[in-house]
Design a protein around this ligand. Structure first.
Ligand code: SF4
Ligand code: SF4
Length: 168
């Protein structure tokens, strides 16, 4: 029986360990399930669509400049706690690395110094692009960004529910 408390409220290290354990136990079956595979593929497509919109808004440059400033950036160590074991399991099913990228306890431990965030999908709060740097951008592009993040969150939530249903 799954311990829901551990899935959502353990330490980040506990959630990573649990996600890996769930992947060991259920990964093959989940990846052989056509409905789960279809949702994983849809989520990848939606993530790519969001990445394209972020590129159109030049968010990479914007966030890099912001993150280089003292106290800049929003990928703080605290944000790593917003992950849960099911989200991390989805990352493993997507073939992404789920591991500590840094030891500084200042930035989010999933943030790689060279390649950026190593998670996709990401925690819900990481998709709230409502800082003043982003909000100063073209409203039309911002609206399409909001649509893209909404699509991802819906897809992510539905997939989490389906996975929980299969592994409980
Ligand atoms: S989303 Fe906003 S606060 Fe976060 S790194 Fe980018 S520009 Fe900075
Ligand atoms: S976007 Fe990625 S690196 Fe940044 S806080 Fe979220 S999970 Fe961490």
């Amino acid at each position: 029986m799954l311990n829901r408390q551990q899935l959502y409220f353990g330490t980040v290290a506990t959630k990573i360990a649990l996600a890996r354990s769930l992947y060991e136990q259920h990964g093959k079956a989940l990846l052989a399930d056509p409905a789960i595979c279809a949702q994983l593929a849809t989520l990848s497509g939606l993530s790519q669509a969001l990445a394209d919109k972020m590129a159109a808004l030049k968010m990479g440059e914007c966030c890099t400049q912001c993150g280089c400033r003292a106290n800049g950036g929003c990928c703080s160590a605290y944000m790593a706690n917003e992950t849960d074991a099911v989200l991390l399991l989805i990352n493993l099913l997507q073939g992404h690395e789920v591991a500590r990228q840094r030891e500084d306890e200042v930035e989010c431990l999933f943030l790689n110094g060279q390649t950026g965030c190593t998670l996709s999908p990401k925690p819900m709060f990481c998709l709230n692009y409502n800082c003043r740097h982003i909000l100063a951008q073209d409203p039309t592009l911002l609206a399409s960004l909001a649509t893209a993040t909404g699509d991802i969150l819906r897809g992510q939530t539905a997939l989490e529910e389906d996975i929980l249903h299969r592994i409980r």
